[in-house]
Design a binder for this molecule. Structure first.
Ligand SMILES: O=C([O-])CC(=O)C(=O)O
Ligand SMILES: [Mg+2]
Length: 415
C-alpha cells in the first residue's frame, strides 16, 4: 500500500472485490457519499452554510500494489450533492451495463461508454442537477481511465479527447486566479484587503471578489479598497452571481467602467441572454459568464444568443457541473466551429479536474479558491502558484491523491 501523504488506501475493498483472473477491467462497485463544505459566507445570491458535495468512487477489480484501482469524482461548489440522482438512476445503469460494452478502442474502461450507459433512457433537456450528477460520475471515470493508462489526466485527455485544432501536447502550466472576496457577517474592508494581500503573497496576480450583495455605493468602496492593495501587474475581477436585473446590471456597468477590471462576471440570470446581450452592447470591458450553464446545449445558446464578444469576453462553463469532460470536449469543438477560441474559457470550480482540462485543451486558465471550499478546492501539494500560474503533478489520474487533505474524504467514501 502506498503510504505517502494523501494516499487513499482501501484495503477493505480489496477484501470484497471480485479479483479479476483475466480479461478487461470491470467496475465492481460504485459508492457515493454526501459531505458538507459549509462556510458562513455569502455571494449575492446564496449563503454557503448548508452547502454539500457528492464524492463518488468507481471501484474496479484491477489491483495494483495490493490496492484496487479506483477513480474519484466530486462536484464543484455552488451546486449541491447529487446522491439521489446518482443512487436512483445513474449508478444502477452503469453497474447493470454489460462489462464488455464499457471497454473502448484502447482496450480499457472508456469514459465515453460509461457516460452513455449512465444516460440510458434520459430525454434531451432538463439538464440542471442531472448535469451535475453526470459531471461527478464523469470526473471519476476519467480519473480511473488515466490511472489505468498510468498517465496524468491532462496527458490522457490530450491524447484521446483533443479537438484536432488544439495543440498536440498539454500546457505545462496554467494561469490561475484567486476567487474569494465573499460577504461574511460583520466583516469590514480591512479584512477584505487582508484576504486579497494573502492571495498575492501566495503568488496569484489576479483576484476576484463578490459584488451585488451590498448597495452599489458600498460595493464601489469595497472595489476601490481592493484596487488600493493591488500592485502593478495585478488585477481584479468582480462577480455578481446573477443577482441583477437589466437596470441594475447596467447601473453597475456604468459605474464599473471607471475601474480597470479584469472582468465583470454573471451580472444577470445565467439564462437571460437578452439581458446579457444588452449589457455587452453597453459595457466595453470584458464580461464573464457560463458557470451555471449545465450542458453543451446551454453553452451553445450562450454563444449563439448572448451577444458576447470573442475578442474579450470569458466563458466559465464548469465541466464538473455540466456532464464532465466527455461533454466538454463537444463544447470545445462547438466553440471552434462558432468562431471562438477555447482560450477564452476559464472554467469555474477551482479544482484539479478542471485544471487538467485547462491544460489538455489549452484553455485560458482555471479558477482557484485558496483556503475556501477545502479540501475540494485547490491543487496538488508542493505545486505553488508562481507568477499567477500553476504546474500539474506527474502522477497517474487527476492527481487527487497528491493533495493530502483530500485523503480522509476519499477514504471515507469507501468506509
Ligand atoms: O460563489 C459562487 O457560487 C462561486 C462563484 O460564483 C465563482 O466561483 O465564480
Ligand atoms: Mg462566479
Amino acid at each position: 500500500m502506498n503510504e505517502s501523504p494523501g494516499a487513499v488506501g482501501a484495503g477493505r475493498i480489496v477484501d470484497t472485490a471480485v479479483v479479476r483472473e483475466a480479461g478487461p477491467v470491470r467496475i465492481v462497485d460504485i459508492r457515493e457519499k454526501t459531505v458538507p463544505i459549509q462556510a458562513d459566507m455569502s455571494n449575492a445570491f446564496i449563503n454557503f452554510s448548508k452547502m454539500t458535495v457528492s464524492v463518488l468512487a468507481l471501484v474496479t477489480d484491477e489491483v495494483r500494489d495490493g490496492e484496487p484501482v479506483i477513480g474519484y469524482g466530486f462536484n464543484s461548489n455552488g451546486r449541491y450533492a447529487q446522491g439521489g440522482l446518482l443512487r436512483e438512476r445513474i449508478i444502477p445503469r452503469v453497474l447493470a451495463a454489460e462489462p464488455a460494452g464499457l471497454i473502448g478502442a484502447h482496450g480499457d474502461l472508456d469514459p465515453e461508454l460509461i457516460w452513455r450507459a449512465a444516460m440510458t433512457d434520459e430525454k434531451p433537456g432538463g439538464h440542471g442537477d442531472r448535469g451535475v450528477a453526470m459531471g461527478i460520475l464523469d470526473m471519476a471515470a476519467w480519473d480511473l481511465a488515466a490511472k489505468l493508462a498510468g498517465v496524468p489526466l491532462n496527458r490522457l485527455l490530450s491524447e484521446r479527447a483533443r479537438d484536432p485544432r488544439t495543440p498536440a501536447t498539454p500546457a505545462e502550466r496554467v494561469w490561475v486566479y484567486a476567487a474569494g472576496g465573499y460577504y461574511y457577517p460583520g466583516r469590514g474592508i480591512d479584512a477584505l484587503q487582508a484576504e486579497m494581500r494573502g492571495y498575492l503573497d501566495l503568488g496569484y496576480r489576479t483576484v476576484k471578489m463578490k459584488i451585488g450583495g451590498a448597495p452599489l455605493a458600498e460595493d464601489l468602496r469595497r472595489i476601490e479598497a481592493v484596487l488600493d492593495v493591488l500592485p502593478d501587474g495585478c488585477d481584479l475581477a468582480v462577480d455578481a452571481n446573477g443577482r441583477f436585473d437589466l437596470e441594475q446590471a447596467l447601473a453597475y456597468a456604468d459605474a464599473l467602467r471607471a475601474y480597470p477590471l479584469r472582468w465583470y462576471e454573471e451580472a444577470g440570470d445565467p439564462l437571460d441572454f437578452e439581458e446579457l446581450r444588452a449589457l455587452a452592447e453597453r459595457y466595453p470591458g470584458p464580461l464573464a459568464t457560463g458557470e451555471n450553464l449545465m450542458s453543451f446545449q446551454e453553452a451553445r445558446n450562450l454563444v449563439r444568443y448572448g451577444g458576447l464578444r470573442p475578442d474579450r469576453d470569458i466563458l466559465q462553463m464548469d465541466p464538473a457541473l455540466s456532464y464532465g469532460a466527455t461533454e466538454f470536449r463537444r463544447t470545445v469543438t462547438m466553440l471552434f466551429d462558432s468562431g471562438w477560441n477555447p482560450d477564452r474559457c476559464v472554467p469555474h470550480g477551482g479544482h484539479q479536474f478542471n485544471l487538467s482540462l485547462a491544460s489538455a485543451f489549452h484553455l485560458h486558465g482555471c479558477e482557484s479558491y485558496p483556503g475556501i471550499f477545502e479540501p475540494f478546492g485547490g491543487f496538488a501539494d508542493g505545486y505553488p502558484i508562481e507568477d499567477g500560474h500553476v504546474r500539474l503533478p506527474d502522477a497517474p489520474g487527476i492527481g487527487l491523491e497528491q493533495k493530502a487533505s483530500l485523503g480522509p474524504v476519499l477514504r471515507d467514501v469507501l468506509a
